[in-house]
Design a protein around this ligand. Structure first.
Ligand SMILES: [Zn+2]
Length: 72
């Protein structure tokens, strides 16, 4: 059984390139876990990926947008 865990690693503000509003975002990290019966979960790989979610419009986008859209 495989499942993906998502955790919020950072909360901040940015200029969203989608809704063009300065709003809050959450930087999230996803990892795949493989669990067998009730044996503790084993991380299959390093971070599957990071993505940013704009809390204004709800759009999920690559974390690279933060490098280009930092508030002044
Ligand atoms: Zn937005």
């Amino acid at each position: 059984m495989q499942r993906t865990l998502t955790k919020v690693v950072e909360k901040n503000q940015f200029l969203c390139p989608v809704c063009r509003t300065r709003s809050a975002y959450e930087l999230k990290q996803q990892r795949n876990y493989f669990s067998l019966f009730f044996i503790p979960v084993i991380p299959l790989s390093k971070a599957k990926g990071e993505f940013v979610q704009c809390l204004h419009c709800g759009t999920e986008m690559p974390s690279t947008v933060l490098n280009h859209a930092q508030p002044e």
